[in-house]
Design a protein around this ligand. Sequence first.
Ligand code: HEC
Ligand code: HEC
Length: 492
Amino acid sequence: MNKETGRANTPSQEQAPAHSVTAEGGRTDCGTNAFTVKLSVNHIKVITLLVFIALGLLYVAGLVRAQSDRGGSRAGGTPTVSGFDSRIDGNAQQMLEQGRQIFRFETFGDEAYWSDKLKLHRAIEGAKLGGVGAGVSPKAALAVGLKVDMDALPADLVEKIKRGEVNLDDPATTLALIKLNAVLGVKGTFNADGSLKAVGLSCAVCHSTVDDAFMPGIGHRLDGWPNRDLNVGQVISLAPDTSALTQLLGVDEATLKKVLASWGPGKFDAELNLDGKAFRPDGKPAATLIPPAFGMAGVNNHTWTGGWGTVTYWNAYVANLELQGQGTFFDERFNDAKKYPIAAKAGFGNKRSGTDMATAKLAALQFYQLAIPPPTPPAGSFDGAAAARGEALFRGKATCAQCHVPPLFTEPGWNTHKPSDIGIDDFQANRSPDKTYRTAPLRGLFAHMKGGFYHDGRFATLLDVVNHYNSFKKLNLTEQEKNDLVEYLKSL
Ligand code: HEC
Ligand code: HEC
C-alpha cells in the first residue's frame, strides 16, 4: 500500500516545495501568530530561516522515502504498480508484442507490388502448380539465402525432415512452409484450392536470420541479425514481370538484371529508387551491406549514411518506398530532381496511398526495434586478456573512442562524419541528405562477420579495418596492438 502511494504520488512530489509551503506554512503561521508582534526583525529572519530548513528537510525525507519505495518494490521482486504506471507497463508490453508481429509478418499491403505487379508468387509456385517456370524448391530458397524458422514447424514435420521424408526439391514444400509462416519475411496468401494467391515481404526477410540449430538455413529466429546470406538481387530477379521496376528506373530489362546480379549476398541498394545510381565511378556496385538492426536504442542517425532521420523515419521510408507497401510518406528533400531524379519524378516525397496500411504500425514497430539488444559474443570467441589490452588502446592510443563512444559506440548527438574524416571515398555519403557517413555502432560485430565491414564491405576482416585506421590516422600500432584491438572488437 505504502509502495503504491509512494509511486503514484511521484508526480506531485516533484512539486512538493510549492505544496508543502502552503500547507505547512499555514500551520506555522497559526502557531507563531501570538508572538510575532513581540519579536524583533532579526528573530523573524531566524525563524523564517529555520522554517525553511525544516521544510527542506521534510522535502528531502519525502524524496528519500519515495526512492526507497521504488527500490523496495523492485528488490522485493513483486512490482506493485497502479494508476498511470500500470498503464505504461501494459502499453510497453503490448507495443513490444505488436511490434514483434509487425517486424516479422507485416507486409503493409506490399502484395500489390510484389504479386500484382512483379508476380513473384507465380515464380515461387512454378508452372506445375499454376505459376510460371521451375518454381522455388526449399533447396533453391535456402540457396538464395532465405531462412526457415524451425519453431514454426509442427513436430511431425521436423521428424519427417530429419528422416529425409520431405521432398526439399519440390516447390509444393516451399508453399507448405510459407503457409506455416516459416519462411522468414515471406508472407503468403492462399486461394481456397491451396494455390498461392499472393506473397508479400516483411522487414524480417533482410533483418532476421536463424541460428542454424536444425541445419544450415533452418533454426531459431534471430531478429535484428542481418541476413548476410540473402541474395536480394537474385530474389527480385525471379519476378516474371519486372516492368514496374524498369519503368521506375527508366532502364531496360537487361540493364536491370545486370544491376540485380551485381549486388551479391547480404547486400541491397536502398537508394537506387531515389537516384538511380547503380554503379560507383570505379565500376563497383552501389549496393550496401544489410546492417544489423539490433542495439539501435540511443543511436541518433540511422543507416550507413547521415541525415536521413531516426529509426522511425527509415521504417516509414522502407515500408512505403522499398517494400512498396501502402501508406503515407512525406519528405520534401525527395523533390530535389538533381540529387534524387527517380524519386522526384515518381513523387516519392509525398506518397499517399488510398489505404494507409503503414502509419498506424510505426509506433509499435519502432518500440520493438529499440528493444532488440546487441547479442553477446559467445564464450571463447575472443581472447579476454588481449581484449582488455585492446580496450585500453581503443580508448587511448588508437583514438577509436573519440567517435565510437562507449557504451553506444557511436557519438551521442549528430553521429556522422565527412568521408575525409575516415579516409574513404564520398560516393555513398553523397547519396545521403547529409553527404556523410554515420559512425557505425560496434556492439555485436561478431554477428555479422560475413560480407566484410564498412558500408560496402570493403574491408574483409576486422584486422583490415584496424590496418586502415592505422595508416590513415598514422597511429603507429604494433602488430601486437592491432591484434589486441581486433580481439576487443570481437568482444563487443
Ligand atoms: C531488401 C532488404 C531489406 C528489407 C526488406 C528491409 N531492409 Fe532495412 N535495411 C536494408 C539495408 C541495405 C539497409 C542500409 C541502407 C543504407 O544504409 O542505405 C537497411 C537499414 C535499415 C535500418 C537502419 C539500421 C541502422 O544501421 O541504423 C533500419 C532501422 C531498417 N533498415 C529497418 C527496416 C524495416 C523496419 C524494414 C521493414 C519495414 C526493413 N528495414 C526492411 C535492407 C532491408
Ligand atoms: C572520425 C570518427 C571515427 C574514428 C576515430 C573511428 N571510426 Fe570506426 N567508423 C567510423 C565511421 C563513420 C564508420 C562507418 C564507415 C562506413 O559506413 O563505411 C566506422 C566504421 C567502423 C567499423 C565497421 C563497422 C561495420 O559494421 O562494418 C569498425 C569495425 C570500426 N569503425 C572500428 C574502429 C576502430 C577500431 C577505430 C580506432 C582504430 C575506429 N573505428 C575509429 C568513424 C570512426
